[in-house]
Design a protein around this ligand. Sequence first.
Ligand SMILES: C[S@@+](CC[C@H](N)C(=O)[O-])C[C@H]1O[C@@H](n2cnc3c(N)ncnc32)[C@H](O)[C@@H]1O
Length: 369
Amino acid sequence: MSRPDLIDMVPHTAAKHLLLKLYLDRWFPILGKFNTRLNYIDGFAGPGEYAGGEAGSPIIAVKSALAHVQKGTLSSSVKVTFVFVERNEAFAHHLREQLAKLRVPSQFSINVVDGEFAAVISEILDGAEDNNKQLAPTFAFVDPFGFSGIPFDLMRRILAYPKCEVFINVMVEFINRFLAHPDEAVVSHFPITFGTDEVLKIPTRSQRRVGQILDLYRRQLAQYASFVGRFDMKGKKDQQTYSLFFASNDPKGFLKMKEANWSVDKSTGSQFSDAFARQSRLFEAMGVEGLWDLLAEKFRDQTVPMTEIEQFVTENTDFIPAHARSLLAEHEEEEDISVIPQPGYNRRKGTFRSDKVSIRFDKPKEKLF
Ligand SMILES: C[S@@+](CC[C@H](N)C(=O)[O-])C[C@H]1O[C@@H](n2cnc3c(N)ncnc32)[C@H](O)[C@@H]1O
C-alpha cells in the first residue's frame, strides 16, 4: 500500500499531544498500581505520524506506557490493551507500520481496528453490558475531525463504569458553522453528538454562541461525570477552534489532568493559541492571586487540614494544589496564616505536606502597622 498523504502538524496539535502525554505519564503508573488490566482507546487514531515525522497520538500513548514499564513504574503483571480505531484504510495500515517499529513487552496487546469509532466501541460496551462484566479502567481519547460519529450516548456508557474516563475533542468552530446549515441531514447529527435536542435551540445570531455550545456539552458530561475539565485550542487568528473536554469520576484523575493543563499553559491552565505560540508567556500570570482570595474567604478563622485545602482547590477552583502551596508559603511569610504540624513531625518552613500539616487562616499575631 502506498504511503498516505500525512497531515502537517500545527502548534495546537503539538499542544494537544503534550497534554495527552503529560496525563498518560501520570495515568499509567497510578492506575497500574492497583489494577491488573488497563484499557487505552483512541477512537480516531490517525496514521500515527505527521508530515514532518512527528508521532501521532497512538505512538505517544504506547511510548508513555513503555517508558513506565522500562522504569519499573508499571509492573510487568499489568496487562494493557490498546485499541486504535481508524476508518481510513491507508491510515490504519500506516499506523500498523509505525507501531511495528516499537519493541513492546508481551503484557501489551495492541489492536488497530479498521472501522468506525461508534460501531467498534458500541460492540465493546455491548459485550461488557450483556455479560454484566466490568470494564477495566479505561481512558478513551475521542479525537474526531468534525462533529459526526461521536454519539453522546457512548460517552455516557463509558462513564458509567468506575475508573473509566473520556478525553474528547469538541470541534466548536465546525459546530458553530454547521449548526444553522440548511440541510436537515447535517443538522440531524447534532442532537446525537450532544445527547439532547437543546443544541438546536442555541440562538443562531447570539454573540455567545461558542460559549453556549461549550456550556451545553459540559452540562451533558456533568450528568455522568463528577469532574469535567476543558482546555481550549485556538487557531492562527486566535479563533476558538476546538475544546478538549476531560470527564472523569475520579478526583485524582481530575487533578492530574489539571496539572497537565497547567504545564501546557502556565498562565491560565486553560488554553493554547497558534496565534501566540511563539511567545512563551503572553499572558501575565493572571488569576493565581485570585486563589488566595478564594482560600481566605472559604477558610476564614478556621484551622484546616492540608488535605482539605487540596481537595477544595482541585474540585472547586480552576487551580491545582501546587498553586495553593506557593501562595501559602508567601502568606506564611506575611503572617496571614500559621502552620500547625502534626505532633512529632519536624516541618521545614515553606513546605506543606498533605498528611502532616493543618493551616490556621487567621492573623496569629496583631499587626500594628
Ligand atoms: C483528527 S484525526 C486524529 C489524529 C490523532 N488522534 C492524533 O492526534 O494523532 C482524525 C482521524 O479519524 C479518522 N476518522 C474519521 N472518522 C472516523 C470514524 N467515524 N471512526 C474512526 N476513525 C475516523 C480520520 O481518518 C482521521 O485519521
